[in-house]
Design a protein. Sequence first.
Lengths: 118, 107
Amino acid sequence: QVQLVQSGAEVKKPGASVKLSCKSSGYTFTDYNIHWVRQSPGQGLEWMGRINPHSGDTEYAQKFQGRVTMTRDTSISAAYMELRGLRSDDAAVFYCARWGYGDGLDIWGQGTMVAVSS
Amino acid sequence: DIQMTQSPSSLSTSVGDRVTITCRASQTIRSYLNWYQHKPGKAPQLLIYGASTLHTGVPSRFRGSGSGTDFTLTISSLQPEDCATYYCQQSYITPLTFGPGTKVDIK
């Protein structure tokens, strides 16, 4: 079935980087953009940016510009999100999600929890 | 950036009741409005896109309406499995932005 499977939980120190993966299956990976969404503890959903898996073109929320890089590996149908310079307030659950043909994020990964602690 | 607001922030009501959640955009977004259901420990799920189109597999008790700046999500008869936080999201222009959420509980 159509699904996105994300990498496991991470614990990082302040200032470190984290690179999360999101592996797709059940559909043609290059046909749909992949977006990344963050949910900080007790907070709502926050859009971080997106990547076009076909072209590699990316667009990032201004808040994360300079700290985030989204990439993909079409040979294994996977997308990646690297966040650098981690701070304590970056601790969150990060989701990858597919942008559907109609509109909206129609398939979501299970989420990856990132803890930031010294 | 387009700011999204939702009301109420939370509600508690009985099984079978009608639930209405409103979402407002800080500028017109035409019909580029999506609704998601999010349960604790699970990934969000798309309910409605394009303001009023039900996503595949979503029960017909969910209904979306509105255009421009004002939108509504209605659950016609609340079921126990509908306990969740509901988010609206505009997709008119990037950055995509979400409302703060409405938490729905069973009384």
